[in-house]
Ligand binder design. Structure first.
Ligand code: GDP
Ligand code: MN
Length: 403
């Protein structure tokens, strides 16, 4: 569960990590609160940064971060941004509505560094990754000089080892001597925060060196959803963030299936995450585009699978539906029953190709044959079924009729 920048920065502040003074604005009536003198000015150079509060990254390059000189210009920029849509390299083609903006004091940046903390599953511990080159081109920076990057293993009981942080600060980051202790302080606090708050990701890019030391100029935090039960404050944040989910994602969350819309034309329903990904690969291989990832899991009950079918049937942008069930714990007849029940609630208007194999497959086929749905075809062989759905999807107009 990704947080918005202003929420992440609040958590940073509570942990003693320096962030630029800022004001979060959620409604246009509050834009007038942006005045000269709202921030206790430390810097000679005056300015404001207006930042779209969306969970996608890459805002800077997409016009979601504006640097201006005067409060008047800041008001105008906030006004233009609030309620508008932002498309970044990370929003998968669709724009996301900007529901709030963050107005921050512009800090003078001498150098931009990068820091992130995430779990390294091979090492079975959290690791901090830092880079001497931060900012908006971080992906390319890694190729420039491998020595500019370093990894620091974090001990879940002891935090980030200070001697290691010092060595990395000197050798990899080449931080000026006067600011090394300041970096160690920030990095230690970030490591503790990651552990104490059960985060899945903590990213500071840029981690900016200013004349006053290091500032987290940007902040990205993702909460570990499996640990929400022991983090009441994270629970509150997670609940709030649900309102930003797409209606289909909300419904999927409610029925308890993992569902990720990705914008293609073939809606997928599969049991098992690995099989779901393999299915999507196979669809792509045969020239189709999957509309979503959907894993109903092995132990799903009829209600869940019915809900999942309803999600797919209701998607206006998909042209066909592909069902891939390798029945083990999940019985094929449960899938058939769920499909027929879903059709009663949200009529199936597009072609559906199913590959069914395994437990109770004959019963399932019989149920579907008896129901005589015009648009349903059942296969046992996966490759044949995938080729078929790609062909069918290619021949459907978006209004659902066949050419
Ligand atoms: P992102 O593009 O979504 O990662 O947004 P960021 O918050 O990282 O901002 C993008 C870029 O804007 C940063 O890399 C900085 O170069 C610049 N920027 C953001 N805030 C400030 C600031 O307070 N001072 C200065 N000088 N530059 C800033
Ligand atoms: Mn950034």
């Amino acid at each position: 569960m990704n947080l918005l920048e202003y929420q992440a920065k609040k958590i940073f502040e509570e942990a003693g990590i320096r962030v630029p003074p800022a004001l979060a604005i959620h409604k246009s009536a509050d834009i007038r609160k942006i005045r000269e003198g709202i921030f206790p000015k430390k810097w000679k150079e005056k300015g404001y940064v207006i930042k779209a509060q969306v969970t996608a990254g890459g805002r800077g390059k997409a016009g979601g971060v504006k640097l201006v000189k005067t409060a008047k210009d800041a008001q105008a920029a906030a006004k233009a941004m609030l309620g508008s849509e932002l498309k970044t390299a990370q929003t998968a083609g669709a724009g996301i509505k900007i529901e709030s903006v963050l107005v921050a004091d512009m800090v003078p940046i001498q150098k931009e560094f990068y820091m992130a903390i995430a779990v390294n599953r091979k090492k079975a511990c959290p690791v901090m990754i830092v880079s001497r080159f931060g900012g908006m081109e971080i992906e390319e920076a890694a190729h420039k000089d491998p020595n500019a990057l370093a990894e620091i293993e974090i001990d879940p009981w002891e935090g980030a080892p200070k001697h290691r942080l010092r060595r990395v600060a000197e050798e990899n980051l080449q931080i000026p001597a006067a600011f090394i202790d300041d970096f160690i302080d920030l990095a230690s606090k970030a490591a503790w925060l990651y552990i104490k708050r059960d985060l899945a990701l903590l990213e500071i890019n840029p981690m900016a060196l200013t004349p006053e030391g290091f500032y987290a100029v940007d902040a990205k935090v993702s909460l570990e959803e499996n640990a929400l039960f022991r983090q009441p404050e994270n629970q509150t944040l997670a609940k709030y963030m649900e309102k930003f989910l797409e209606p289909s994602e909300k419904k999927a969350k409610k029925i308890g299936v993992s569902f990720i819309p990705i914008g293609g034309t073939i809606g997928c329903l599969v049991n098992g995450a690995g099989l779901a990904m393999a299915t999507m690969d196979l669809i792509s291989l045969h020239g189709g585009t999957p509309a979503n990832f959907l894993d109903v899991g092995g132990g799903a009950v009829v209600d869940q699978v019915r809900g999942a079918f309803e999600l797919l049937f209701a998607n206006k942008d998909s042209k066909a539906i592909f069902v891939n069930i390798f029945g083990g714990i999940m019985r094929c007849d449960i899938i058939a029953q769920a499909l027929l029940e879903a059709h009663k609630n949200v009529p199936l208007k597009k072609p559906l190709v199913a590959r069914l194999l395994g437990t109770n497959v004959d019963k399932a086929k019989e149920m579907l044959a008896q129901a005589k749905l015009p648009n349903v075809e059942v296969y046992s062989d996966l490759d044949t079924a995938v080729r078929r759905v790609c062909k069918v999807a290619a021949n459907v107009n978006l209004n659902g009729s066949k050419n």
